[in-house]
Design a protein. Sequence first.
Length: 287
Amino acid sequence: MKFCIIYILSLIMFSNALLFANEKTIIHRYVLATGGNLENYQIADSKIQSSHKLLDSKKWSYITGPSYDTKNGCIYFEARKNGRSPLIYFFHFADKDRIPKQLIKGRYPAISPDSKFLSYYVHPNQLWILNLKTKESKKAGSEMLNRQPAVWISNHSLLYATTYKNLRCFNTISGQNTRMADQMNEVIPGALSPNAEQVICGSYDGTKIYLYTLENKELKIIKKSRFLSLGTNFVWSVDGKGFLFTRQTWSNSLRFNESQDLFYWSLTGNEIHLSEKVALFGGVAIQ
């Protein structure tokens, strides 16, 4: 009898061991512009497992708005090299040396889903579109808000916020530049979901996070705060189940510290604290 019990317990323990052996920790990889640097983050089990700089911070600074070309594996970003004026650069993520190449004078780059166009900002308050094949650039709009990149919502359409606190949509085929509905006033587009169905957006006053559904043009608040500032830079996870963002915390606020912490927000409504005092200036998820 004792032998049977021991044998059964051994089988249970062996089965559990096999079960856990087959479980794989899912690691989410991101390239984030944090604190003026470009860093590779690995996040798993609601924790940052590792992070390291992709570029020499002595040469490259004020890096913002990395945009990922999923077809060609290129990272486009804005940076200052050796303290010079900000320009748009790119490199192939798979390359070991990752030596950035200068692309064009401008700021806040954003790649189209089909990897054919790159939108960018030109001072003062101008939206431009670069054809990456022909290298031709065309002005697409004026009064673009000087804060963060436009957001492509299809291969030929993109959203951008204006200095008049309204939202506009530009179509690269028709050339039409259309103002969105009044409900979109004071909304800043942040990032298109991996399934290209929703856009995470922020607000001018930094108190709200919206989810905008493209098909039915529904805008709903998914997070708001009366006293703590929310960031307007959002980075979707590859699976589209949530996104990274920054916000103030009460501990920082009570110390009169304006720095923000990094969080992960799932679409089910769960918020996970990842790191303290992270200045997020855009990023992308890497498969």
